[in-house]
Design a protein around this ligand. Structure first.
Ligand code: ARG
Length: 478
């Protein structure tokens, strides 16, 4: 792994007799060991926080200047240095030093190199403990918006496919056994509602994450006249923290985000499983476009649903990100503990994986071909009308339990005697010829008329509700 390679480079150059200047060098007679540096470094993954770290520092020095803790010139010098750092990082010319254990250290070191003694004042009244918590919240606010947008894009595809599905119907399943016919549109919209809950969850999560920890210091605040509310406002947070210990210890927002992503991935996994089934020769409900399927290196005839399988497989990984991080949190006393550095890798992994899956599944569904003839054929087997036959008897005043037994008996006889169900229905004294239309292809789905049901009549209302929900989502996203 390249990460280990990087670490071993650090090992060679960080011998104890060649001390590296750390942020805490004043207290220490010796420099850090190679093992310490290799083990504790987080730069290779927290570099992603560079942009928000610079934003956080800009807000912090603006606050310091406003409070008389920096002169305006000092503030200007630091801001200028921060902008140089931003450009160097963006252009890929930022030179990391051996002593840069994380992105916060790296940026502060470089700002001090550029801005001289003014740079040495950047960290006034601040600790990496409040700094890193601030950075991660800022990062999550952006990442969460991106997740919501990607979920919405997938919802749009599902809604479009639902509209295009028109009158198409397929068997609805319970226990993966054919149960009752449902409109294809109804099936596709079921997934849209699950994703609508995911969007709601993200909004809730982001609202709780919208608190600035900046100004909590290492754990207890400061003796200096800092103004956390002003910093919060500068950074666009809804409010500042109320308790400094909580501010540097709280990673609920990470756990919640991990749950949001894991739940979405579980929804994607369930779609993935359906795609895997539907694209089998046995089902034959769906054909994937070439661009969203793979072939086999050996079997020339194969067309495989790898995206759907990976959507399913990666759900395990996101569940691991969530449970792993909760395990990290569970034993931690107040306040900051270095264990908390373990928050970033699972968060980045979960968000990145879910984002890629959302886009891949959206593309797959947008370009897949559904096969209405196969869908209808599977739904039209007379046994799928059994409930309609029972409900027909209920309409004639037969108690449902009795009606259920009558029809169940006919189905059993049909199987045991190898006689068509239609024949048995026609000759049954209680059902008879007038029940035969219930067995006609496409008849059953039209009878799903109750609110929220699977037939064409309630679908009209459902499409209106989906529209309403999507419009509300878009307004909320702004
Ligand atoms: N890289 C550290 C983290 O992610 C920054 C905070 C370090 N604080 C400390 N007291 N060592 O948590």
């Amino acid at each position: 792994m390249s990460e280990n390679d990087d670490a071993s480079v650090a090992v060679e150059t960080h011998a104890l007799d060649n001390p590296t200047k750390t942020l805490w060098h004043g207290r220490f007679g010796e420099g850090p060991s190679a093992e310490l540096l290799a083990f504790t470094v987080s730069l290779h993954f927290d570099q992603r926080l560079a942009e928000v770290d610079i934003e956080g520092s800009r807000a912090h020095v603006t606050m310091l200047a406003r409070q008389g803790l920096l002169t305006n010139d000092e503030r200007a010098e630091i801001v200028r240095a921060l902008e140089v750092v931003r450009t160097e990082l963006a252009d890929g010319v930022f030179v990391f030093a051996e002593s840069d254990e994380d992105i916060h250290t790296a940026i502060e070191r470089r700002v001090t190199e550029i801005a001289g003694s003014a740079g040495g004042k950047l960290h006034t009244g601040r600790s990496r403990n409040d700094q890193v918590a601030t950075d991660l919240r800022l990062w999550l606010k952006l990442a969460g918006q991106d997740q919501i947008q990607r979920i919405q894009a997938l919802q749009d595809v599902l809604i479009q496919r639902a509209i295009e599905a028109e009158e198409s119907y397929l068997p609805g399943y319970t226990h993966l056994q054919r149960a009752q016919p449902v409109l294809l549109a109804h099936h596709l919209l079921a997934h849209v509602w699950a994703f609508a809950r995911d969007v709601d969850r993200w909004f809730d999560c982001l609202a709780r994450a919208d608190v600035s920890p900046l100004g909590a210091g290492a754990l207890a605040g400061s003796s200096l006249p800092i103004d956390p509310a002003f910093s919060a406002q500068q950074l666009g947070f809804a409010r500042p923290f109320e308790n400094s210990l909580d501010a540097v210890s709280d990673r609920d927002f990470v756990a919640e985000a991990l749950f949001c992503a894991a739940m979405t991935q579980v929804h994607l996994s369930r779609i993935g499983e359906e795609v895997v089934l539907w694209t089998t020769e046995e089902f034959g409900f769906m054909r994937l476009s070439d661009g969203y399927s793979t072939g086999s290196s050996m079997l020339p005839q194969k067309k495989n649903p790898d995206i759907a399988e990976l959507a399913r497989g990666k759900a395990g990984r996101l569940i691991g990100d969530l449970t792993g991080f909760l395990s990290t949190l569970k034993g931690l006393p107040l306040s900051y503990n270095r264990d908390l550095q373990e928050d970033k890798e699972p968060l980045f992994d979960a968000i990145d994986t879910c984002a890629l899956t959302l886009s891949a599944i959206a593309g797959l569904l947008e370009t897949a071909t559904l096969v209405p003839a196969r869908l209808a054929e599977a739904a039209d087997s007379p046994a799928n009308a059994a409930t309609d036959l029972a409900e027909h008897l209920v309409g004639q005043g037969v108690p449902f339990r009795e009606a259920h037994a009558v029809v169940g008996n006919l189905v059993r006889q049909s199987i045991e005697r190898g006689v068509g169900l239609d024949e048995l229905v026609e000759t049954d004294p209680r059902l008879g010829p007038e029940a035969i239309p219930l067995l006609q292809p496409g008849a059953g789905v039209k009878r799903r008329t109750s609110p929220g049901g699977a037939g064409p009549a309630p679908l009209v209302e459902q499409l209106r509700l989906v529209d309403e929900r999507m419009a509300a989502q878009r307004v909320r996203l702004g």
